[in-house]
Each structure stands twice: as C-alpha cells, then as structure tokens.
Design a protein around this ligand. Structure first.
Ligand code: GGG
Length: 355
C-alpha cells in the first residue's frame, strides 16, 4: 500500500467549493484503486485568516507544510484583502520555499470539448507551458517612494539568475525529449527588454546545443500570444518566464474551453520538498457562493499529482472520468453551457471513477 500525506488549503471564494469536489474524487479514487492511501489535513489559511490574524498563514506555516508529501491548493483572494497580499503571503512563499521552480500548465483540448478556435480544425491541440516559478518578474524586489506626492514612483526589479534560468530551460528540454513533436518554443522580448531577455535567449541557445534533436523557436511574447490563437496546434513545450508564463496560460485556457479547465502543478523536480497542485484560476468572487464553479481544473490538478507520484494508472482514471463527463455533455457547469452545479459535476466525476 502506498501512503502519502497532503496539506489541503481550500482558500477563498470558489476555492473551497471546487476543493470539496476534488476531495470527493480523491476519496473515490482511493476506494476504486485499492493500492493508494492519502491522509489529508485541511488548513484554514485564507483571507479570513488574514483578517483575523494579520497574516495569510501562521508564522510556522512553511515549517508545517515541509513535513507533507504534497500540497493541494484551491484559490486565494477576497475583495477585502489586496490581491498582492493574498498571493505574496501564501502562494508565492510556498513556491519559493519549496523550490517549486517548475509550474507545469497543460493546454489540451479534452475529448468532448470544442475549442472556440474549432473553425480552424485544431484537433490535436495538446501542448504544455513550462512557467518559471520562483524568480523573473515576481522578484519581490523594488520599492515605492514619494507616496502621496506628485513625484510618487514605484520600481519592480526583474531577477533572472543563470542558475534559475538554466534549470527551467533544462527541465523544458528534458520534457520535450519525452514528447512526440520534439520542439521547444521559448518566450522572449529581447528587442524591448534589453538586459534580462537577451540573457534568457543566450541560455536558451546554450541548452539547445545539448539537444540537437529538439527544434527550438524563440518568439517575442507578443507574437507568441498571437500564434496561440492562429496556430496553437504547432506547439509542444512552451517555456516562459514567471509573468509571461502566467499570461500565456490564461490565454491557453481560453483556447481550450476556459479557466474552469486549466490545471497546474508547481513542481520541485528534485523531490526534496513537497510539490503543490492547484487550478490556475483565482477565487472568482463574482460567482463564489452560487455553487456553479467548474471543479474540473481542480480535479485535473489531482491527475497531475498522480503523474508526479509516478502513478500513471491513477492519473488516467481521473482523466478518463473527466473526458467521459465532457463527452456525455449532460452534467456541465454554466461556463461550458450546462446547468449543473459544482456538486453535481463532482458527483458525476465520482460516478465515472467507479465505472
Ligand atoms: N489557484 C490559485 C490562485 O488563487 N491563483 C490565482 C493567481 O493569480 N495566482 C498567482 C499566480 O499564479 O502567480
């Protein structure tokens, strides 16, 4: 029997709603699969915790998480708390403390779905964005001056280290070696961002020389965003800095059905620390409490968790359940044109886990 511990952080808004369904699917998988057991400890670290305690997690929060095998996150953010507080006091410290430097974000058109780009016939829309997850534009370096005066200013530094850039690019190329199309597309902007991006490009070229069988494309981020719409079927592995990767993957989600279908894995490839799995969407205060959020991104994140644990059968069971529910098309949330609730979709996914 395999045994893993999970720290569960449902978070805010629709986070707890989609997490409930994710945990139902996990329980069904344990029962149906037989050989895996997960212990779950739920942490109430969210914006309400912040409003009560003045911080998003306890002082020893990271120390507590370190002892878990895995972290499962819903979504954070509430209108009463500035967005940068909820993200910088919870999600980003976890990614950085546990060296989750790879943020894997698949862009895949699942069976049963039609892309808004369907008129282009993009039947094989299946690629993955590898987002650098610990530095770049999300450096936390900079400051503000002269607040409240006409001379007010804000400075945010981008940080690209050779160590951090090499390791994300090496991961992207190693991933491309395992995929059929054997191509890496690197997002850049070396005409306008004239220090960090030429540095990024140089390291892409260095690493690419170690992979002569992989086709390398360097595209400026603006052109790349357009190609996501006009020829998404050409991509295989797309590697991007922290901010570029974040923006590209919301666009990627849009071309395969929306944010309700966009999972992610924050991976520490060395497995020294826990990795974290979360939908890429936020807490969506506009629909929170209505019971209509799509739980599929959260459930798909569980499948990515199984892949990380080298449990491909368990991962496939979850993906098959998702694709069957989508193909049948009877129990879908409103973002996919249906009338079902979050809970009804969760129940339907569970039913298919047992089939
Ligand atoms: N699902 C987690 C969540 O709340 N994501 C919203 C978000 O904007 N996260 C920041 C990031 O991924 O960098």
């Amino acid at each position: 029997m395999l045994h893993y511990s999970i720290a569960v952080i449902p978070g805010d808004g629709i986070g707890p709603e989609v997490m409930d369904e994710g945990l139902k699917v996990l329980a069904a998988l344990e029962e149906a699969h037989g050989g895996i057991r997960f212990t779950r400890d739920v942490m109430d670290w969210n914006c309400q915790y912040y409003l009560t305690h003045g911080r998003m997690m306890p002082e020893n929060g990271l120390h507590t998480l370190k002892d878990y095998d895995l972290i499962l996150l819903g979504a954070v953010g509430a209108p009463e708390v500035p967005d940068h507080v909820s993200v910088w006091e919870l999600i980003l410290p976890i990614r950085r403390a546990f060296q989750q430097y790879v943020n894997l974000r698949p862009v895949k058109l699942l069976k049963g779905l039609e892309s808004p780009l369907r008129y282009k016939g993009h039947a094989d829309l299946d690629f993955v964005v590898v987002r650098e997850n610990t530095e770049g534009e999300y450096s936390n370096m900079g400051g503000r001056m002269h607040q409240g005066t006409p001379y007010e200013m804000a400075v945010q530094n981008n940080v690209f280290t050779r160590y951090g850039t090499e390791r994300i690019l090496k991961y992207a190329y190693a991933l491309a070696e395992k995929r059929p199309k054997k191509s890496v597309t690197a997002a850049t902007k070396s005409n306008g961002i004239n220090h960090s991006m030429p540095f990024w490009d140089e390291i892409v070229k260095e690493i690419s020389r170690e992979h002569p069988d992989i086709q390398t494309n360097l595209y400026h981020i603006d052109a790349l965003a357009a190609y996501f719409i006009t020829r998404p079927e050409t991509f295989d592995v797309v590697v991007a800095s922290n901010l570029f990767g974040d923006i590209l993957t919301d666009l990627g989600a849009a071309i395969v059905g929306g944010l309700g279908l966009a999972p992610s894995a924050n991976i520490n490839p060395e497995r020294k620390y826990p990795s974290m799995f979360e939908p890429i969407h936020g807490s969506a205060p506009d629909i929170a409490g209505k019971g209509i959020a799509n739980p599929i991104a959260q459930v798909w994140s569980l499948s990515m968790m199984m892949d990380h644990l080298d449990l491909p059968d368990a991962s496939a069971v979850i993906m098959n359940a998702i694709e069957q529910v989508l193909q049948e098309g009877k129990v879908l949330t409103p973002d996919l044109g249906g009338k079902a609730t979050t809970k009804e979709v969760g129940d339907e996914l569970v039913r298919h886990i047992y089939l």
